[in-house]
Design a protein around this ligand. Sequence first.
Ligand SMILES: NC(=O)c1ccc[n+]([C@@H]2O[C@H](COP(=O)([O-])OP(=O)(O)OC[C@H]3O[C@@H](n4cnc5c(N)ncnc54)[C@H](OP(=O)(O)O)[C@@H]3O)[C@@H](O)[C@H]2O)c1
Length: 348
Amino acid sequence: MTNMTRIAILGATGYGGGELLRFFLRTPDVEIVHATSRGRAGVSVGKVHCNLEGLTDLTFSDPSREQLLESTDVIFGALPHGASAENLAPLVDAGATVIDLSGDFRLRDIEQYKKWYGREHPRPDLLETAVYGCPELNRDRIAGARLVASPGCFATAINIALLPAAKRGLLKGTAEVLAITGSSGSGAEAKPGTHHPTRAQTVRPYKVLSHQHVPECVQLCHDAGGADLGAISFTPLSGPYVRGILAVATVDVIGGVNTVDVETAYSEFYANAPFVKVLSGREPEVAGVAGTNYAEVRARVTPEGRLHVICALDNLVKGGAGQAVQCFNLVTGRAETACGLDWPGMWP
Ligand SMILES: NC(=O)c1ccc[n+]([C@@H]2O[C@H](COP(=O)([O-])OP(=O)(O)OC[C@H]3O[C@@H](n4cnc5c(N)ncnc54)[C@H](OP(=O)(O)O)[C@@H]3O)[C@@H](O)[C@H]2O)c1
């Protein structure tokens, strides 16, 4: 790759696409060649993403597949699942380097995809070649990937909560996870269940025990060595705020493990992970990470001998576009923290 990297963002009018624009517009050695939209070609980016108004002359476009292939080095997919595989697979076939924010290429087992996404996978042949974009486990593989399946919001919170224990072989049985997300997790289009008046004054469970992010977390924990993790029993909650996820995971661990052991295991596992902060003196919380690519995690062992982990992150950044930028940095040989990813958040 040359020093200047030319990119396209497919689905750039959405929330994930908007976050990609936010990071890349201020990165001098990345050129955004296409920010695509099916219906708003020619419209100024700042007219849709008001935080970017006046910062760029870029307009949305609707390029052909050939134009995308000719003019870019890396293509980001920020499209709904289903549409993502359909749009990205021909680009991968043609040799493009692709980073996908959707869930379409995260599961290797097509039966699992059918079960959890309720549809046949259009291109199961690509599932084996896709690299799951969790830098904390797959850093080296991401660097050599042509198709990165960048994990999203709930999945990243659960992965960060469970991976170090999985890697040490500490987990056994079923993990119970409760996680609350802000409304931006549902994307830019208002729907009856996500519309502000219906969720602003409540905390609502949804997709209880059926959320499609669960199997990729089990898959990743098994990849990390946690073969004795049987399943994840997951209750997602929608919360009355915009950004952020707070996840609490509890799971049985092998006997004799105490809080000092797991704090050590988590600190060691994340020692070279620039965006994961392992806490011991306070609890993770959304306000400290909102708008940033940082995640906070705290692990301990309950008096009953169960592992108890809390993780906080921003669903649109470490749990979305920021994670994809982190993967992009690895793919293109940049520092993992490049493209503005290491900016701290706000407090309070
Ligand atoms: N929101 C989050 O917190 C989050 C976190 C991690 C991962 N993700 C994943 O990232 C992807 C994008 O999420 P998002 O929240 O950014 O969604 P979004 O706000 O709904 O944006 C998706 C964009 O894709 C375009 N689009 C919609 N349907 C399409 C279709 N059938 N074919 C082609 N383009 C289509 C739309 O743009 P036009 O109408 O202008 O073409 C839309 O603005 C999803 O797969 C999501 O699961 C989201």
